[in-house]
Design a protein around this ligand. Structure first.
Ligand code: GDP
Ligand code: GDP
Length: 460
């Protein structure tokens, strides 16, 4: 699980500036979910070696009645979903009534909350910030978001304890997982099917925007199979883990749609939660993205896809609500999907109707294939042979009069598969040749449903 940081504070204190700074790394991904979650912006960040999810909350200006009006609702949600709340105040502007209103709310929360005084550049920070101690939220940290000052120290202080706590929790959850498996295998002993439970279950996250049919699909999948409903305590942003078997294989469905309700789900949290989805992706082996055939691919679908891609997880796409469409419309939708989803050509697309059950069974063929592809063990000899064949079929280009030469390949890891290629001038290889190599490996190794990462290293 990644720690979740929410940035709250009144408008203009520098939340977006800090958000942008935190997510400005190369592999950060930012998604807006307009309409769905109004002002909120999400980023998966890797700042100075710290990995976390950051949420910009738009802003509470404190004029709301008891901060509980519509406008502040999203900030309240973000606070509820976060591990850490960074409460930004403006050191130059000094303390305002709005700051006090926000502090009153935060003091009532059982959250790790830190007061962060921004815009401390060019002023005597200590004397300007002293008044914020009156917020009664403890220490006041100084930063200058626009200049990137104080941020690493702040992260160190705020993140370290949470990371430690989360990894302890993760261990507990891992044990729970094992218990789930135990529970299930015991149950199944009566069938004498022990053999099938030797492998770890595949964790399948079912994700997608609201109303695309996730719940219908989950119910359809579960309805056909035996289910153990497992009510787990936890926070509202957690998905429910549902163990199941299908054709003697074990799976754990990660249900982001809330099909199986927790005992105590607070009403405040919406049915759809971006953070829940991000964590589900992170914790899965295979992501099943459900989209609505009738709505086409929206920007929100693309944001979710981006997060799935960024995590390197295996991916299967279910185009749902494929029932009752005439052939002309189906063709049009397929053309549109090809155009918009060209960048995930490694993933299998299924046209299904969760409502009628059409095509649902076949999804699992692709899920299995994707998982096997992602975890396949490939020998160095094989990787090297394929590299030689690729090079023989189509030579790498000349760069500054010298031919790029690939010399050696070996496996760099699994899930997703990583291939490390050593050679001369490999950093000058054009993207087109990298793509060629990737596709060559994909075909030769019959890898489907998972991205392949190729790393290039200069020299032998
Ligand atoms: P938000 O409304 O809380 O998201 O605030 P913004 O990030 O949009 O920032 C509001 C204004 O404060 C902008 O004009 C920023 O350039 C400015 N600002 C943000 N951080 C700093 C800082 O560290 N120092 C100074 N001097 N100005 C800043
Ligand atoms: P979720 O928010 O993603 O969990 O979506 P739901 O499963 O609640 O479905 C939203 C709506 O779409 C419901 O009215 C469903 O009955 C409908 N729906 C779901 N799957 C299908 C399908 O395959 N075909 C059609 N026509 N409607 C569907």
């Amino acid at each position: 699980m990644l720690p979740v940081i929410a940035l709250v504070g009144r408008p203009n204190v520098g939340k977006s500036t800090l958000f942008n700074r935190l997510t400005r790394t190369r592999d950060a991904l930012v998604a807006d979910f307009p309409g769905l979650t109004r002002d909120r912006k999400y980023g998966q960040a890797n700042y100075d070696g710290y990995e976390f999810i950051v949420v910009d909350t738009g802003g509470i200006d404190g004029s709301e009645e008891g901060i509980e009006t519509e406008m502040a609702e999203q900030s309240l949600l973000a606070i509820e979903e976060a591990d850490i709340v960074l409460f930004l105040v403006d050191a130059r502007a000094g303390m305002t009534v709005a700051d006090q209103a926000i502090a009153n709310h935060l003091r009532k929360q059982e959250k790790k909350c830190f007061v962060v005084a921004n815009k401390t550049d060019g002023i005597d920070a200590d004397s300007y910030c002293a008044e914020f101690f009156q917020l009664s939220l403890g220490e006041v940290y100084h930063i200058a978001a626009a200049h990137g000052r104080g941020i690493t120290q702040l992260l160190e202080i705020t993140l370290q304890p949470v990371i430690a706590e989360l990894s302890a929790e993760n261990e507990a959850v891992a044990n729970d997982d094992e218990q789930l498996v135990d529970l299930y295998s015991e149950d199944d002993e009566t069938d004498g099917e022990q053999q099938a439970f030797a492998d770890k279950p595949v964790k399948l996250a079912i994700i997608g925007r609201p109303n695309v049919g996730k719940s219908t699909l989950t119910n359809r999948i579960l309805g056909e199979e035996r289910v153990i409903v497992y009510d787990m305590p936890g926070t509202t942003r957690d998905s429910i883990y549902i163990p199941m078997t299908r054709n003697d294989k074990e799976y754990i469905l990660i249900d982001t749609a809330g099909v199986r309700k927790r005992k105590k789900v607070s009403d405040v949290v919406e049915k759809f939660s971006v953070i829940k989805t991000l964590q589900a992706i992170e914790d899965s082996n295979v992501v099943l993205l459900v989209v609505d055939a009738r709505e086409g691919i929206s920007d929100q679908d693309l944001s979710l896809l981006g997060f799935a891609l960024n995590s390197g997880r295996s991916l299967v796409v279910a185009v749902n609500k494929w029932d009752g469409l005439d052939d002309y419309v189906k063709e049009r939708i397929k053309t549109e999907l090809d155009r918009r989803l060209g960048f995930i050509d490694f993933a299998r697309l299924h046209f299904i109707s969760a409502l009628h059950g059409t095509g649902v069974g076949h999804l699992f063929e692709s899920v299995d294939e994707a998982y096997e592809s992602a975890t396949k063990r490939i020998s160095t000899a094989m990787l090297r042979r394929i590299m030689d064949m690729a090079q023989a079929d189509h030579q790498p280009p000349l760069v500054r009069g010298r031919r790029v030469k690939l010399k050696y390949a070996h496996a760099g890891g699994y899930n997703p598969p990583r291939i490390v290629i050593h050679g001369n001038q490999v950093h000058d290889l054009p993207d087109s040749y990298k793509r060629y190599l990737m596709n060559y490996y994909r075909k030769a190794l019959k890898i489907m449903g998972t991205p392949i990462k190729i790393e290039f290293r200069e020299g032998d």
